[in-house]
Design a protein around this ligand. Structure first.
Ligand code: SUG
Length: 448
C-alpha cells in the first residue's frame, strides 16, 4: 500500500495577537504588547501552504477554534447573563486571563496532536492523540476543540483511532508532534519514532533547565507510543539538552528537523548528544539495516542563540525527488550571515541532500515563536485512508481562493491585547467561523 505525507497547516485565527503568554519562548516575550495583523498572519500562512501545494507537496488545512473561548472564562468564574458580559468582566478584572482565552495559539498545528500511521501501529489503524498542552495555561484550552476537529475529519473507526488527550495533568504534559519525528525509508516503510522529552514526572535525577520550563514529560511520550500501539523496537526516547531549553528551545522542533532518512540537528539539541545520536543511529539500523544521514550543525557555525533567533531548525524538509530535499525556512534565516553561509555550503555540497532552500515571510507567526514547522502537522496516510477523510480540507486552488476571500472579508488588519475584550470582535469571529464551517463542509464544528 502506498502512503504519503500530507502537511496539515493551521489556518491562523482572527484573534492572533501578542500578549506574551509563553514564558521560555523568547519571541513571544519580546513582542508582548505589540500590535498584530491577523489578516496578514492568515495570508502569510496560506501563502506558504499554497506555494508548497503548487510544488506538488500535498497540503491540507486545519481550521482555528473559536476565540475568545467563553466557556473557559465561565469555567474560571467570570459570570454574566450574556457572553458579552462575561467578556467585559474578564477584561476588567483579569486581562491576562482574557488574553489566555483569546490566544490564536492553535495555529501551530505541530502542537495539535501526535499521529502514528497505520503501517506502524499494531492494530493497523492510524492513531491520533490531541496534545493536552498542559504546560501553558493559554494552550491547555486547545485540546477539546482539537479532539472534536480530528474526530470530525477522521470519522471512521475502522481506519482511524482518535484518542482523548492524555489525562494526568502536569506529569503527562504533552506538546504533540513538535517533539516527535518519524524516520523511514519511504512513508510506507516501517518508521522509527523519535520522542523528545524535557523532564520526567517520576525520575528524580534527570538534569533540568534552570531558567525556563521544560514542557514535555517522558511519561507522556511513553504513553503516546503505548496507546498508539507502536512496537517497542520502533520507538526511542531522548532528552532535550537543558541548556537548549534555557536558550529558548521550548520544543525540540526549534533545534532539529527530520524527514525520511535525513536529520538536521544542532550540536546542542540533546542531553549527552554524541551518545544520543548514536542511540538513534543504532535503533534505526537495527530496525531497517540502513543508516540515517545526520547533519549536525556545529555551534561555532550557528550558535544556539542564532538558531533560536532565526528558527533555522524550525524549517520543513520535503523530498522533491529521491535524495534531494527542499528546505523551507523563515525569511529570518536568509537575513542571517551565519545561517545563509551555512546553507550555501549545503547547496554546493553534492553529498548534502538539501538541494534547494525556499524562504517565506512568516513574520506574524514568528513574532510569537512559530516558524514553518510549527504551522504544520504531518499526517501520513494510505491512499485508501485519504479517501475516507471528511470535510473539504485538502488544499487546492479553489479552496485557497475561498479561504483568501474569507480572510479578507472577516479579519482585522490590526489588533492589540487591549482589543480582546471588544464584544464586536467576538461577534466578528463567530460570524466568520460560521461561514468557515460551510466552506470546509464541516457542519456543527463550532458550538458557541
Ligand atoms: O507554545 N507561542 C507558541 C509557539 C508554538 C510553536 N510551536 C512549535 N514549536 N511547534 C508556544 O509557545 C505565544 C502566544 C502568545 O504569547 O499570545 C505562543 O503560544
Amino acid at each position: 500500500m502506498r502512503y504519503r505525507e500530507i502537511n496539515f497547516d493551521g489556518l491562523v485565527g482572527p484573534t492572533h495577537n501578542y500578549a506574551g503568554l509563553s514564558t521560555g519562548n523568547l519571541a513571544s516575550q519580546l513582542h508582548r504588547g505589540d500590535r498584530s495583523n491577523p489578516r496578514s498572519a492568515a495570508l502569510q500562512g496560506l501563502e506558504k501552504a499554497m506555494t508548497l501545494g503548487r510544488r506538488g507537496f500535498p497540503q491540507a488545512i486545519l481550521p482555528p477554534p473559536a476565540r475568545p473561548e467563553i466557556r473557559a472564562l465561565r469555567n474560571w468564574g467570570f459570570a454574566g447573563k450574556s457572553d458579552e458580559d462575561v467578556l467585559a468582566e474578564a477584561g476588567r478584572s483579569a486581562p491576562q486571563l482574557l488574553a489566555a482565552a483569546a490566544s490564536a495559539s492553535a495555529m501551530w498545528t505541530a502542537n495539535a496532536c501526535t499521529m502514528t500511521p497505520s503501517c506502524d501501529s499494531r492494530d493497523g489503524r492510524a492513531h491520533f492523540s490531541p496534545a493536552n498542552l498542559n504546560a501553558k495555561l493559554h494552550r491547555s484550552i486547545e485540546p477539546g476543540f482539537t479532539h472534536r476537529l480530528l474526530s470530525a475529519i477522521f470519522d471512521d473507526e475502522e481506519r482511524f483511532s482518535v484518542h482523548p488527550p492524555l489525562s494526568g495533568g502536569d506529569g503527562m504534559a504533552d506538546e504533540g508532534a513538535a517533539n516527535h519525528t518519524r524516520f523511514c525509508q519511504s512513508f510506507s516503510a516501517a518508521g522509527l519514532h523519535l520522542f523528545v522529552f524535557g523532564r520526567s514526572a517520576i525520575l528524580r535525577d534527570l538534569p533540568g533547565p534552570r531558567h525556563y520550563p521544560a514542557r514535555q514529560t517522558l511519561e507522556s511520550c511513553q504513553s503516546i507510543a503505548r496507546r498508539h500501539g507502536i512496537p517497542e523496537e520502533q520507538s526511542l526516547f531522548l532528552q532535550q539538552s537543558p541548556a537548549a531549553v534555557d536558550a529558548g528551545v521550548f520544543h525540540n522542533d526549534v533545534i532539529s528537523v527530520g524527514h525520511l532518512e535525513t536529520f538536521l540537528v544542532h550540536e546542542d539539541a540533546f542531553l549527552h548528544q554524541p551518545d544520543a545520536l548514536s542511540r538513534l543511529q543504532d535503533a534505526y539500523f537495527l530496525l531497517t539495516d540502513r543508516r540515517l544521514q545526520i547533519i549536525e550543525v556545529p555551534r561555532d557555525r550557528v550558535s544556539l542563540r542564532e538558531a533560536v533567533r532565526t528558527y533555522l531548525f524550525n524549517s520543513q524538509l520535503l523530498e522533491m525527488e529521491p535524495g534531494r530535499l527542499l528546505l523551507v525556512v523563515p525569511s529570518e534565516c536568509t537575513r542571517s550571515k551565519a545561517v545563509s553561509t551555512l546553507l550555501e555550503t549545503y547547496l554546493r555540497d553534492p553529498e548534502n541532500p538539501v538541494s534547494e532552500v525556499l524562504s517565506f515571510n512568516l513574520h506574524e507567526s514568528m513574532r510569537n515563536g512559530g516558524g514553518p514547522a510549527c504551522l504544520r502537522q504531518r499526517i501520513v496516510l494510505s491512499a485508501n485512508e485519504e479517501r475516507h477523510l471528511r470535510g473539504r480540507i485538502l488544499l487546492d486552488e479553489a479552496l485557497c481562493q475561498d479561504l483568501t476571500g474569507w480572510v479578507m472579508r472577516h479579519y482585522r488588519d490590526h489588533l492589540s491585547p487591549a482589543d480582546l475584550g471588544d464584544p464586536r470582535l467576538l461577534e466578528e469571529v463567530r460570524t466568520a467561523l460560521d461561514e468557515l464551517s460551510g466552506i470546509l463542509h464541516l457542519p456543527d464544528l463550532y458550538q458557541f
